[in-house]
Design a binder for this molecule. Structure first.
Ligand code: GDP
Length: 389
């Protein structure tokens, strides 16, 4: 499906930058336009692929290009104030060509955390296309302010979008990795999962497996109904040259679609994708709707495998709304399964985030009250000393 991507804040901009690179690399064609919005000049300058003219600096009157310093209320305010600046950039997007908007932001900071929900609300008022959010949760060790920001932003963002796709940095960080290097790797994981999903709805229907190819309307229908979504992905490298791994697995590379080994492989990839690490870990059984996408070379995409995987997911979720299809990629050397779980409700990480945020909020209020008292007693001289004015 064709998307207008809007990266809000530093994380949002970097992920959108990476989406552009990935779309190019897989020849996906799912990015129609990409815009980056920020309050910090340096963050916008650091982007590589988002076109210069689509980089929008907001909040200059308040923060003069220096960012909002993890103050997400300020992030929201400057977005409200400068919404016309963002709209000018979106006016250049050929919106009649897009299937949806995707607003991407890190939820723990200030600009994206506060601004993304404001922009989503604005877009939904103006356009008929769905507006999806891609929200990145902070890692647990980032501290109370980031957790509090993320919990408040989550609550608002999920209300303002047609569906909130979530990625949890905490579930994807590796010990001993530098922050910068870590984000680069994590951002690649993000764009691979969501990119394959969105690119799946962009395949031409003249393909020989046309009837089983995933259509953008299937992605939209899976996301409709709102709530929170998560994505799983599992893949296996498959050699396609004769005498290679595929031949040894299936007996013949040409036997393709209905081959038993290919069927089993896809069914088990669907299970691995669902039960392995999701972008937002949760109980898959709590999903309302789902979509299974098989990716790889057309000869390796077993229709029976997708169907079995789809049925398995139906049993697992107890949902009657599980869709399935292919995303054939002639140049791929892997077979994979992408599983989109939509409307998930059993998400321990969100419960924990809200709990820690509440504690952080209470502590902040206490600290502020104590600080005020202490300051008052610091400057108080019992009325004996006069102030200058
Ligand atoms: P903003 O510029 O004020 O919107 O804030 P940032 O985007 O810098 O940070 C918000 C949160 O996003 C941080 O707490 C991190 O959890 C996360 N973050 C920052 N940069 C990246 C990135 O490149 N990738 C990912 N996955 N997360 C990031």
């Amino acid at each position: 499906m064709k998307l207008a991507l809007i990266g809000f804040g530093q994380a949002g901009g970097k992920v959108v930058d990476q989406f552009l690179t990935y779309d190019d690399a897989i020849d996906g064609g799912f990015v129609e336009s990409a815009v980056a919005v920020n309050t910090a000049t340096t963050d916008l300058r650091g982007l590589e692929s988002v076109p210069q003219k689509n980089r929008v600096l907001i909040g200059q009157a308040r923060v003069n290009g220096h960012g909002v310093g993890a103050d997400n209320e300020l992030g929201g305010e400057v977005t409200e104030a400068d919404i016309d600046e963002i709209q000018h950039a979106i006016d250049r997007v050929p919106t009649h060509e897009i299937d949806a908007f995707l607003v991407v932001a890190g939820m723990g900071g200030g600009t994206g955390s506060g601004g993304a929900p404001v922009l989503a609300r604005h877009l939904r008022r103006i356009y008929t296309q769905p507006v999806y959010g891609l929200g990145v949760l902070p890692a647990t060790d980032e501290g109370g302010i980031y957790t509090l920001n993320a919990a408040r932003s989550f609550r608002t963002f999920v209300r303002e979008v047609d569906n909130l796709l979530v990625f949890d940095n905490d579930a994807w960080r590796s010990a001993g990795e530098s922050v910068g290097g870590g984000y680069d790797r994590i951002n690649r994981e993000i764009v691979e999962r969501f990119g394959l999903l969105f690119a799946a709805g962009e395949v031409g229907h003249d393909d020989h497996v046309a009837e089983s190819v995933v259509d953008s309307s299937e992605i939209i229908n899976t996301l409709s109904g709102g709530g929170v979504s998560t994505v799983g992905y599992a893949s296996e490298t498959v050699e396609t040259d004769s005498g290679g791994l595929l031949d040894s697995l299936t007996g013949s590379a040409d036997s393709g679609l209905e081959d038993g080994a290919a069927t089993n492989r896809l069914t088990s990839l669907v299970r691995k994708a669902t039960l392995g690490r999701l972008t937002l870990p949760c109980d898959a059984g709590s999903a309302d709707r789902g979509l299974v996408v098989a990716t790889g070379q057309p000869t390796q995409l077993s229709r029976k495998g997708v169907e079995r995987g789809r049925q398995w997911l139906e049993d697992e979720t107890g949902s009657m709304e599980i869709r399935g299809g292919d995303y054939p990629r002639t140049s791929a050397d892997e077979v994979g399964a992408v599983v989109l779980l939509s409307g998930v409700t059993d998400v321990p990480r969100i419960d924990q985030l809200q709990q820690v945020a509440l504690e952080a909020q209470e502590t902040t209020e206490q600290v502020q009250a104590t600080a005020q008292d202490e300051f008052a007693s610091l400057v108080d001289t019992g009325g004996e000393l006069d102030a200058l004015f």
